[in-house]
Each structure stands twice: as C-alpha cells, then as structure tokens.
Design a protein around this ligand. Structure first.
Ligand code: NG6
Ligand code: CA
Length: 499
C-alpha cells in the first residue's frame, strides 16, 4: 500500500483508525530553538539522530508552542486549553501545587481511555501536591501525575534550576534518603545552609549570572531553598542519562501493548551541565554540548524502538516548549561562544518574546510508512491542537468541555496541508499575538523592551498595535498603519478569542 492510501484509510473511518493504535512518543525539548538543530540549519553542532528522524519523516517550518515559557506552554499542550484563560499558569516554582486539576481531562487521559499505557518522564514544571508550599516531600504526595492519567511517572518537579533537586517517581521522591529528610521553601533559607549568595566558594560546577543564588546542590546554586535530600539529590551531569534509562525501561515494559510516552528532556535549559562524555566536544561550550546531549537522548529512544521492533508502529513527535535563550542566568559562556550560531535561526526574538523566536519551534514527526509525505511541511500548526488531533487518531472520545481550544488537525501532523486559521502566542508578560498564514498581529503591551534577568532578549512589547507581513517573512517592519483593515480584523479575532 502506498503512503497516501494508508493515510486515507487511517483518516477514513473510526474503525480503520482504531486498528492502527500506534504508540505515541512526544519528545519535548526545553528551550531548544528554531535554529539549534543541524536539520534546521545549525552549523556549529551536529545532531545526527534528530537529522535522521527528520530525513525519514516530516520537518515542520510553522509549528508554534502555545507560550514563550515552559509552564503555560506545557499546560496548553496537556489540556488543550490556552494557559491565558487560566490564572496561575505562569512559570511555576518547585513547590507549586498541581496546576492541572485531577478533574481536568488531559492528553494522558485521552490515551488511557483507549487502553494505552501512559508515562511521563523528565521535566514536569506543572506543580505537584494539593497546595503550594504545603508538600511533605518525605511521603507520597497528595496529588500527582497519577491523578492526571499517567500510569508511570519519573519527573523533575520543576526545572533543574529550581529546588527540589530530586527525581519523583510515581508521586514519591526516588531514592529517598531516610537520613536526610527533605525540606523546601521559596521564602526563606534553612538555618545554617549555604547559599550561592553567601558561599560562592562552594560553587564548584557553575556560577549564576542573575538570580539563581539560593540553595547549592552539586556545586550549582538554584532558585529556592532546600535542605536534605542526601542520596536522592541529582547530579546535573547524569540527568539526561537518568531520563533516557527510565524511558527505555518504560518502552521495554510496554512493548506488547500500545503506549503513550510524554518524554521531556532537561536539555537545553539552564543550568547547562551535560555529562562528561560531551564536555569539550563542541566549540559553543556547554550550550552546544547540551544540544549534543539532547540529540544523544533522541538516539537512545530510536535505537531502543529499533531493538524492540517497535519503530514501525510508533509515531514520534519531537518539538520544544518555547524558543531559545542564550544567557538565562548562569555564567556558562553561552553568549561568548556562539561563534556565529543563531539559536532562533533568522527569527526575531527569543524565549519570553512575543516575536516568532519566542514560540516558533522546531518540530519533527516520524512514523515510518504512514505519513502522507516526507520532507518539509509549511502547514501552520499550534501545539494547542495536538490533544484533539491525537484523540482523533486513536478514536478517543472526549468529555464535553474538555480541551476547549483544541481543534482536530491530525492531517496536518501526518503531512497534509491543513493550516490552522490562526495561532495564538503568549509572551512572558501575557501579551498575546495572533498569526495567520499571511499576517501577524501583536497587541499593545506596557511591558519592558528588554528583560533585566535575560539580557539579549528582545521582548517585542510596544504600547501600540503591531502588524507584520508574514507572507514575506518580515517581522521587522510594523505595517499596522499601512494595513488598518488587517490590523482591525486580527485584533478583533483576538478579542473574540479572549471572551
Ligand atoms: C526565569 C529564570 C530562568 C528560567 C526561567 C524559566 C532567573 C534569573 N531566570 O525566572 O533561568 O528558569 O525562569 O524557564 O531566575 S522555563 O523554560 O522553565 O520557562
Ligand atoms: Ca522552556
């Protein structure tokens, strides 16, 4: 059967789709930019495993994360609801209560409802437990991913630069150490505990440039205070290895049944501190090595699928939670060593921005023999739609009210042209943008033009309407005054969405 024929069977009727029951893996990178992969034009770093995935599948030029930072972007992907509709979805502290509530129907529930085994491995950053600051980290957490449809979970509570610096497996600290009970606070230090601010001599691995000067774990100071942890504390250089080992274990355990794996790497977020075997291997230093380590992780997963005979029946979606940033608060020389590398490619702006660099992300889909085409896709896609699209793929029904902003665009993910009418992007200060295939509108904002904590990021906040001609890829010249009709139209679409 040729590819088009197999796709049309796939999209024809519910039964035909259900028979497919492919495994689905979302590989969600952190802060990986549109220009950071070799297959997207990066020159200073080799990414052979990702390149291979792209060359056998689809490489997208117009995929958008829902937000320019992690928590709101992940919230939207997993719930199909725009984060800007839901208060409390900004970048979460490590002791935030669980942001998605157990009664919400999630992407994991979609798969679970169809009998899939579901797993979440790696960075979480959507809160844990009942209520912010009240967690007992020395006992099973009161609420965790098991309440959101994930059968198995092995996660970092927030980010590597936020305490607690431990992995949490199925709602309990992994390798919990009875001799070193864990305490966490985002308000005050624990008496006698060193901090990056007071004890810079203890920072033997990495020093902060902005913030990140509270508790010290593994010779790196973080955001927030923690005490204890003992043998449960992670070593940053082993995080990618732990994530990939647990992912391979999950694949192996579930090789005989359909599974969904939400695999979130810590790479290439700060603190960038990859394993020794990558050190000194890239001229861009730690940030380049973190990209190599990300690529290595991808290779670990695809090799495991090959070994297990699962490659053919597994749909892999690789993407990023938001755009790239170079200096994000540690002295890792990322800026000095760029050597001409452009993390966001030719896009304007970075992580946090309302411009393309904030939310346009690399995206690759691979499903051997099942895509309508391979090569490049220009289709306009938002991650907000993946929940309903994947539900359609596996014939899952969703309860009324679930995934309110998510549309079915499975055809787009599998290689047909199926543009979304428009995608909405959320910048760090809550400024929204709306982009159609031809135009991009940015609403007026009172936010600052640059950020004190991330020098080098152009936010794009301006106290006026901005309109850009995306048909000609020009996000530099504001043409709102020349095109009042388009400006008004896009502005009113955005206002309507907001209601
Ligand atoms: C910022 C952090 C930054 C990063 C970001 C969240 C400082 C100075 N900066 O506040 O390092 O952690 O939050 O990134 O603390 S995200 O990708 O998880 O959204
Ligand atoms: Ca991120």
């Amino acid at each position: 059967m040729n590819r088009i024929a197999s796709l049309s069977i796939l999209l024809m009727g519910q039964n035909a789709i259900a028979q497919e029951r492919p495994n689905v893996i979302i590989i969600y990178a952190d802060d990986l930019g549109y220009g950071d992969l070799q297959c997207y034009g990066a020159k200073n770093v080799e990414t052979p495993n990702v390149n291979k995935l792209a060359s056998q599948g689809l490489l997208f030029h117009n995929v958008y994360a829902c937000a320019a930072t992690s928590t709101p972007s992940r919230y939207s992907l997993l719930t199909g609801e725009y984060a800007w509709r839901k208060p409390g979805t900004d970048v979460a502290a490590g002791n935030a209560g669980m942001i998605i509530r157990p009664e919400q129907f999630t992407l994991a529930d979609v798969f679970k409802s169809q009998g899939y085994a579901t797993g979440a491995i790696g960075k979480w950053h959507l809160g844990l437990g009942d209520k912010t600051g009240t967690q007992d980290w020395n006992a099973p957490l009161a609420a965790s991913l098991g309440d959101l449809g994930f059968d198995y979970h092995y996660i970092m509570a927030a980010t590597a630069d936020r305490v607690p610096c431990v992995f949490i497996e199925n709602g309990q600290v992994a390798n919990w150490d009875a001799t070193a009970p864990i305490q966490v606070s985002y308000e005050q230090n624990f008496p006698g505990e060193p901090t990056g601010k007071n004890n810079p001599e203890l920072l033997y691995n990495l020093k902060p440039s902005v913030g990140h000067d509270m508790s010290i774990v593994n010779g790196i100071s973080r955001i927030g205070y923690m005490k204890g942890g003992g043998k449960a504390l992670w070593k940053d250089e082993n995080i990618a290895d732990s994530i990939s080992a647990h992912a391979i274990e999950f694949l192996t355990c579930h090789k005989n049944e359909p599974f969904f794996l939400y695999l979130c790497t810590n790479d290439v977020h700060v603190p960038r501190f990859p394993h020794q075997r990558f050190r000194g291997k890239n001229k861009m230093g730690l940030r380049g090595e973190a990209i190599m380590q990300f690529d290595w992780t991808v290779g670990q997963i695809t090799d495991a699928l090959d070994r297990l005979g699962l490659r053919e029946n597994t749909l892999i979606i690789l993407t990023s939670d938001n755009g790239p940033v170079v200096d994000d608060g540690y002295q890792d020389q990322a800026e000095e060593l760029l050597n001409g590398h452009k993390p966001a490619g030719e896009l304007r702006g970075y992580k946090y921005s309302v411009y393309e660099g904030g939310t346009k992300v690399p995206a690759i889909v691979s499903w051997p023999g099942k895509l309508a085409k391979t090569g490049v896709s220009e289709t306009l896609i938002s991650q907000i739609d993946w929940m309903r699209s994947l539900a359609t793929l596996i014939s899952a029904r969703m309860p009324k009210g679930a995934a309110p902003d998510s549309q079915n665009h499975i055809k787009a993910l599998l290689g047909e042209d199926d543009d979304r009418d428009y995608v909405i992007g959320l910048a760090q200060d809550h400024t929204l943008s709306l982009r159609t295939k031809d135009w991009k509108y940015v609403e007026p904002s009172k936010g600052p033009a640059s950020l004190s904590w991330a020098p080098g990021v152009e936010t794009g906040y301006k106290n006026e309407d901005q309109l850009f001609d995306m048909a000609h890829g020009d996000e530099y010249r504001n043409v709102a005054a020349d095109h009042p009709h388009e400006t008004a139209l896009l502005k009113s679409l955005l206002q309507k969405e907001r209601k």
